[in-house]
Design a binder for this molecule. Structure first.
Ligand code: NDP
Length: 339
């Protein structure tokens, strides 16, 4: 059954500090009709990504979401009407369809619409084979340039990106240390994913544990979090270390920018490199990453975890989970089954 209205979550306010449900408003409007060159997509799954906080607040690598518009999100949907020469009714597609049941679109945008491979489940298309898997892959291999025998530290290690980054570094022969919040996540990293050591940043002293686990220093740091962990790592770099600036979620909801890390001067002493990257720049090389990730997954040498919420009405609460550490694995939301 399809709904006969289009439920839409609109962005109504710029968040002040943490994201709140009342930054959004749920409305209903008629299902749009596709124009020539467009398809009508029924949304099935939504991806939740920390970067959405930035999109709500300011221009980043893409423009800010205008107030009163549908909340932007990566998603998978099904074509239910087509006036586009390249798409047929029934096909599953992914793109940036936003927090709504339906969208009429020509597929253009910062995540151009593409068809899912025939055998790819929609959840995997948004998790391991969506943004976070390739981010881990290119961050570790291209930006981090890991080598066998190196000491690799990853923050946000139990998250969608961090857990894959740590496993890729292990597959490449590194000693891997992760930081994560809480006992359950730390146990999973050690027992299930085979991390060499973990630090619960909420209950342990990050600096002294890093000194204990990395007595000779750190070669590569894959940073998802920023803040205190980044500063403690900076104090413990080996010569020619690489810091992969993937994200800084501990800062995304700050109203004013926090001061920079005090230990940055050690980059000079150790001749190290600290480099940010945005995964969209790697779009042309996604098949390479997806091929490698699929191979490891099939061989059982890579594990991935998803955290699935249900119901479009729960979209704002689901986004908040990322910033309170409630998500355990890639945060998704299922809206509907394909027809
Ligand atoms: P995750 O699955 O890692 O979820 C977010 C996690 O961040 C939470 O589970 C929580 O884990 C942790 N966290 C939240 N608040 C804090 C805090 N104040 N201090 C420390 N940890 C916190 O999300 P993703 O894998 O999607 O994203 C991870 C990072 O990668 C983000 O910074 C994101 O912006 C970045 N990213 C960057 C991309 C790029 O192109 N550069 C592309 C994709 C993601 P815990 O319980 O352990 O605290």
């Amino acid at each position: 059954m399809t709904n006969d209205v289009n439920r839409q979550w609109l962005l109504m306010k710029r968040p002040e500090g943490n994201i709140r449900k009342d930054d959004f408003r749920l409305t209903e409007s008629p299902i749009p009709a596709p124009a020539q060159g467009q398809v009508l997509v029924r949304n099935l799954w939504l991806s939740f990504d920390p970067t959405q906080s930035g999109w709500m607040r300011r221009d980043t690598y893409i423009p800010i979401i205008p107030l009163g518009e549908v909340m932007r999100a990566a998603s998978v949907g099904q074509v239910i009407e087509s006036k586009h020469p390249d798409y047929k009714v029934g096909e599953l597609v992914q793109g940036a369809f936003g927090w709504q049941d339906y969208i009429a679109t020509d597929g253009a945008g910062f995540l151009p619409m593409r068809r899912l491979p025939a055998d790819m489940p929609p959840n995997l298309a948004l998790s391991l084979f969506g943004i976070t898997g390739p981010t881990a892959y290119f961050g570790v291999l291209d930006v981090g340039q890991v080598k066998p025998g190196e000491t690799f530290v990853v923050s946000g290690a139990a998250g969608a990106t961090g857990s894959v980054a740590g496993q890729i570094a292990k597959l490449k022969g590194c000693r891997v240390i992760g930081t994560a919040g809480g006992k359950a996540k730390c146990e999973w990293l050690k027992e299930e994913l085979g991390f060499d050591a973990v630090i619960d940043y909420q209950s342990e002293n990050v600096g002294s544990r890093l000194s204990e686990f990395c007595p000779d220093g750190i070669d590569v740091f894959f940073d998802n979090v920023g803040g205190i962990v980044l500063n403690e790592v900076l104090a413990r770099l080996k010569l020619r270390a690489r810091i992969v600036l993937c994200g800084a979620i501990s800062r995304y909801n700050d109203s004013t920018p926090a001061p920079g890390p005090a230990n940055y001067g050690n980059l000079i002493v150790t001749r190290s490199r600290m480099e940010g990257f945005i995964i969209l720049d790697y779009a042309a090389r996604f098949p390479e990453a997806i091929g490698a990730l699929a191979g490891w997954l099939k061989a059982g040498s890579l594990k991935q975890r998803e955290d699935v919420a249900v119901g479009l009405e729960n979209a704002p609460d689901t986004l908040v989970r990322l910033f309170t550490g409630q998500n355990f694995g890639k945060q998704l939301l299922k809206i509907a089954e394909p027809l």
